[in-house]
Design a protein around this ligand. Structure first.
Ligand code: 13P
Ligand code: SF4
Length: 427
């Protein structure tokens, strides 16, 4: 679809009714009736990297010139800027990044591996984080004050992380206090959360987890309040699916002891009794990419290729994960494909950049995408070669751009929760 949707406003034959606009061939009703067509404000039409519209992900300004994606010298410019920075910089690339970005990553990984890699580079003056905002925040927290973490496009956020705001989480904790269960509850937050939520978790004696260590993290959390077989609880944020899948399938907590806390409803939409009876209090959040996969996708995949192995990420819905053959983080998915027999057939349920790369890397295996619709993580995709070149050239010119800095108090407490994760047994 063209990125700029043009609204064609038609004259309404019934002037008393709201004017209707045809937008991308769908009729939408305007809230107010404009007397004549009004030119959209320019902020609605910003090009990537040009102009500023902080209320929107479309326009995050890049100071200086953002190279055009069509620049024929882009790859050469990237090589030159990377060479100019040398060992002063370290480039981290999440597995969901575009190929053009992965080509310049010094290391690739899942969120857990990248957090560890960032912490293990004290000599690098600049950490260029090709991933999303919460990952860059974690890298800033885990590195020294002398190191600068740069996110090449500030619009690279995460819709799941945005589903838990710190005010909402503080209010939710008050609900648990009122219900008399806060003392028996340990917060566990997925890496995909803001630094403020990680700090909340640290302040309340909890831990961060990622998709590759959620089982160990949950077991650790339950052990602090009487063990998995006891009566203590975990408040799991913000991904309800990872929390439910791990608790039910890996720790054996009954499904009916998992409740969903909806921050938009009074008391989370739960009664005091429901909260007291629960073992897992799951935040109502999800990943918009992994939430697309459905049980029907599994049926279709198995019908198309009877000997297929379905391998999905634990951010998928419970019915998808229970119907799959294997479940794991992005790093796990890569290793599973590396170890697979030539000729074996796989349907993979995770972000498309990674699945495409796996298919290209394993021409001897039959790899397909679990969904029949293209689904990239749009925010991961915000980091492209023009933004990476712009960030690297700026740093090489002595200008730090898009630095991610977490405030000192949040950084302290978030680090407590992150260090707890890094110290979890068996990792
Ligand atoms: P992992 O890389 O930890 O598997 O997480 C996937 C993801 O959604 C990152 O945003
Ligand atoms: Fe967030 Fe989902 Fe994108 Fe990961 S894949 S960054 S969880 S929106």
């Amino acid at each position: 679809m063209h990125p700029l949707i043009v609204a064609r406003v038609t004259r309404d034959p019934w002037p008393d009714r709201p004017t209707r606009a045809l937008c991308d061939d769908r009729a939408v009703t305007l809230l107010t009736q404009p007397p004549t067509f009004t030119e959209p404000r320019s902020s609605a039409l910003l090009l990537l990297g040009q102009g500023t519209d902080l209320a929107s992900e479309r326009g995050v300004e890049c100071s200086g010139a953002l190279p055009a994606a069509s620049d024929p010298d882009l790859v050469e410019r990237a090589r030159a800027a990377r060479a100019a920075l040398g060992e002063r910089a370290f480039v981290l690339g999440h597995h969901y990044q575009r190929d053009e970005v992965i080509d310049f990553a010094d290391v690739t990984g899942d969120s857990f591996k990248l957090a560890r890699e960032a912490a293990a580079r004290p000599e690098a003056e600049f950490i260029l984080f090709c991933g999303v905002h919460f990952m860059a925040e974690s890298a800033d927290i885990l590195t020294s004050d002398a190191q600068q973490v740069v996110l090449p496009d500030l619009a690279a956020g995460c819709s799941m992380a945005d589903m838990a705001a710190i005010d909402q989480v503080e209010d939710a904790w008050d609900v648990l206090v009122e219900a008399g269960i806060a003392e028996d509850t340990v917060p566990v937050t997925y890496m995909n959360s803001t630094a403020a939520i990680k700090a909340f978790t640290g302040r309340h004696g909890g831990t961060v987890c990622t998709s590759s260590n959620a089982q160990v993290a949950l077991r650790w959390a339950f052990d602090r309040v009487g063990g998995v077989d006891g009566t203590g609880k975990v408040l799991f944020m913000p991904d309800q699916h990872l929390g439910r899948n791990t608790a039910v399938l890996q720790l054996g907590i009954p499904l009916d002891q998992c409740v969903v806390f909806d921050p938009r409803k009074p008391h989370g939409g739960l009664t005091v009794q429901q909260l007291r009876d629960a073992r897992m209090i799951l935040w109502r959040g999800h990943c918009s990419v992994h939430g697309r996969f459905s049980a029907q996708n599994l049926v279709d995949a198995r019908a198309a290729v009877p000997d297929v192995t379905v391998l999905v990420h634990p951010e998928c819905k419970h019915e998808v994960v229970t119907g799959a053959d294997m479940v794991g983080s992005t790093e796990f998915i890569i290793k599973a494909l590396d170890a697979a027999e030539p000729g074996s057939a796989w349907a993979i349920g995770t972000e498309l950049n990674l699945v495409r790369r796996l298919a290209a890397a394993h021409p001897d295996k039959r790899i397909s995408y679990l969904d029949d619709t293209v689904c990239f993580c749009s925010t991961m995709n915000r980091i492209d070669l023009p933004h990476l070149v712009w960030a690297m050239e700026s740093l090489a010119d002595g200008r730090t751009v898009n630095r991610i800095v977490v405030d000192a108090d949040d950084a302290h407490w978030a680090r407590v929760a992150l260090d707890q994760m890094l110290a979890l047994p068996g990792l």
